[in-house]
Design a protein around this ligand. Structure first.
Ligand SMILES: [Zn+2]
Length: 457
C-alpha cells in the first residue's frame, strides 16, 4: 500500500459541488476547462458519466447503492492535466450490475478506482500515475460473486496499481508501483466468490513481476511473495519498483506491512531466526569477464557480514556455491534454496531484484520490537547479466558505467532480511535508498542498522 500515498490528492476549496440523484457527486475546480455529462437513475441503476478537458484539479466519486444489496464505488482524480473518462453502470438483473470505466489521462497526478461490495464479498481495482500518462479500462461485475478487472498501461515518473478480492475465508491483495521514469502494465481479474482469487499479470518495463501461475499459487496458499528491484530509468537515473502479492486466510491483514520509520522502512516480514540465512551463489551464472568467481563469492560474503555483524548472531548461516544449473528466472522458482543468480532473462532496464516468499499463517514470528511479522520462507536475488558488473577495491563514491557487485548485493540483501526501499531524498545515504549511478555503498548507515535491529537481536 506504500505507493498509494505518492498520489494523494486534495480538492481545491473553490470546488463547485454538483449533487446528482442516484449518488453521483462531482466536484470540479473552476480553474480548468472541462466538459462532462452525468446521468443517474438509482432505482433503475443506470449511471453514465463522461468528462474530458484540461484541468487543474478534478475529482469525481460515484457511489451507487443498488437496492441496498450491493454498493459500487468508482472514483477518478486528476491534478493538472488532460482527462477523458467515461463510465457506465447498467443493472442487468435483480441481482446484478455491470460497470465499466475507460480512462485516458495525462497529468501530474492521476488515479482511478473501481470497487464492488456485496454481503461479505468485495473486489477492487486501482491504478494511478504521477507526472505521466495512463490508459486504463476497469470493469466490475456484481452478481452472486464479484469480479473486478483492470487493464492498465502507465508511463511516468511514478505509478501504482492495486487489486483486491475479499471474502469470508481469505483476503488476496496485489499491490505494486514504481518510482523513476518507467512503464508499468497490468491486466488483472480479482474474483470474490466462495474464495478470493486473482489471475492475470503485472510487468515493469517489460519484465514480468507476476503471472497467472504465480497468482494462482499465492491464491491457493497462505502465502505472500514480494519482488523489489532497481532499474535504470529513462532519465538515466536509477528507479525502484516493487510488487507484493499476499493471501491472508482471514478477512483482515494481520501484519502491518510497509511501516515507515526515520531512516528505514519495514516490509512486515522477517526470518524465523536471526539473519543467519544460508545462501547459495550460482557458480555457473557468474559473468566470465569478472576477475574470478571466488572474488564474486567473496564480495557477496562481505555484503552478508555487513548485515549480520549488526546483530548478535553473525556467525550463523553461510554463503555457499550452487554448482548445478539454477532455476531460470521465472515467478515460480521457489525451490527451497536461497539463491543469488546472474540471469540474461531480465530485460533491458532491471539491474537487480529480490524475490521473497513468506508465510501469512500464524504463528507469526515475533521481532525484537515485540511486533508480529510474517515468516520469510525463501529469498532469491537476481542480477541482470546483461549489465556490466565489476568488483571495486574501496567504497568508491565516483560514478561508473558498471555496477559494483558488493554494493548491489548489500542493498538486495536488505530486502532479503525484511527491509524496504527508501524514497525520501533525505535518506539518500542509506543502503536501502537505491540511488546508485555505479558508485559504491558497502557499509550500513544508521537507518539501515536501526531497521535491522528493530526486527532482529
Ligand atoms: Zn531495493
Amino acid at each position: 500500500m506504500a505507493f498509494i500515498a505518492i498520489l494523494s490528492i486534495t480538492i481545491l476549496g473553490s470546488a463547485e459541488e454538483l449533487g446528482m440523484e442516484g449518488g453521483i457527486s462531482t466536484s470540479i475546480s473552476d480553474s480548468g476547462s472541462i466538459q462532462g455529462i452525468s446521468a443517474a437513475d438509482n432505482a433503475g441503476a443506470i449511471s453514465q458519466a463522461s468528462s474530458n478537458g484540461v484541468v487543474d484539479e478534478f475529482i469525481k466519486d460515484i457511489r451507487l447503492d443498488l437496492d441496498n444489496k450491493c454498493t459500487i464505488d468508482s472514483a477518478v482524480e486528476i491534478e493538472r492535466g488532460t482527462i477523458d473518462v467515461y463510465s457506465e453502470t447498467t443493472k442487468l438483473t435483480e441481482l446484478g450490475a455491470r460497470t465499466t470505466s475507460n480512462l485516458l489521462a495525462d497529468g501530474s497526478s492521476v488515479s482511478i478506482a473501481l470497487s464492488g461490495l456485496k454481503g461479505s464479498n468485495k473486489a477492487t481495482q486501482i491504478a494511478g500515475v504521477g507526472n505521466g500518462a495512463i490508459t486504463s479500462v476497469l470493469g466490475l461485475d456484481v452478481g452472486d460473486s464479484i469480479s473486478a478487472y483492470q487493464k492498465t498501461a502507465i508511463e511516468g515518473d511514478q505509478g501504482f496499481m492495486g487489486s483486491n478480492a475479499l471474502t469470508e475465508t481469505n483476503n488476496m491483495i496485489v499491490d505494486g508501483g514504481f518510482s523513476g521514469k518507467g512503464e508499468l502494465s497490468t491486466e488483472l481479474t480479482a474474483v470474490a466468490d466462495g474464495q478470493a482469487s486473482m489471475s492475470g499479470s503485472v510487468s515493469m518495463n517489460g519484465d514480468t513481476l507476476i503471472d497467472s501461475e504465480g497468482l494462482q499459487y499465492v491464491a491457493s496458499n497462505p502465502i505472500g511473495v514480494s519482488t523489489q528491484g532497481i532499474f535504470e530509468d529513462k532519465n538515466e537515473d536509477i528507479g525502484l519498483f516493487g510488487l507484493e502479492a499476499t493471501n491472508v486466510q482471514s478477512r483482515t491483514d494481520a501484519i502491518s506491512t510497509g511501516e515507515v520509520w526515520p531512516g528505514y522502512r519495514l516490509m512486515g516480514i522477517r526470518w524465523p531466526y536471526n539473519p543467519g540465512v544460508t545462501q547459495y551463489v550460482s557458480y555457473n551464472s557468474v559473468p566470465s569477464y569478472l576477475p574470478s568467481k571466488y572474488g564474486v563469492w567473496n564480495e557477496i560474503v562481505k555484503a552478508r557480514y555487513t548485515w549480520q555483524s549488526a546483530t548478535n548472531e553473525y556467525t550463523v548461516g553461510g554463503t555457499y556455491w550452487q554448482f548445478w544449473t539454477p532455476g531460470s528466472y521465472s515467478y515460480n522458482n521457489r525451490d527451497g534454496w536461497n539463491t543469488q543468480t546472474w540471469t540474461t532473462l531480465l530485460g533491458g532496464s532491471a539491474i537487480g531484484l529480490t524475490r521473497t516468499w513468506y508465510s501469512t499463517s500464524s504463528p507469526y514470528v515475533v521481532g525484537r520490537d515485540g511486533t508480529s511479522y510474517y515468516t520469510i520462507l525463501e529469498s532469491d536475488i537476481w542480477y541482470n547479466a546483461n549489465k556490466g558488473w565489476r568488483i571495486d577495491s574501496w567504497e568508491d563514491p565516483n560514478v561508473h558505467s558498471t555496477y559494483d557487485v558488493r554494493t548491489i548485493a548489500t542493498h538486495e540483501l536488505g530486502h532479503t532480511y525484511g527491509l524496504s526501499d527508501l524514497y525520501a531524498p533525505g535518506y539518500w545515504n542509506q543502503v536501502m535508498y537505491a540511488y546508485n549511478w555505479g558508485n559504491c555503498k558497502w557499509y550500513l548507515r544508521s537507518g539501515d542498522v536501526r531497521g535491522l535491529q528493530r526486527m532482529y537481536w
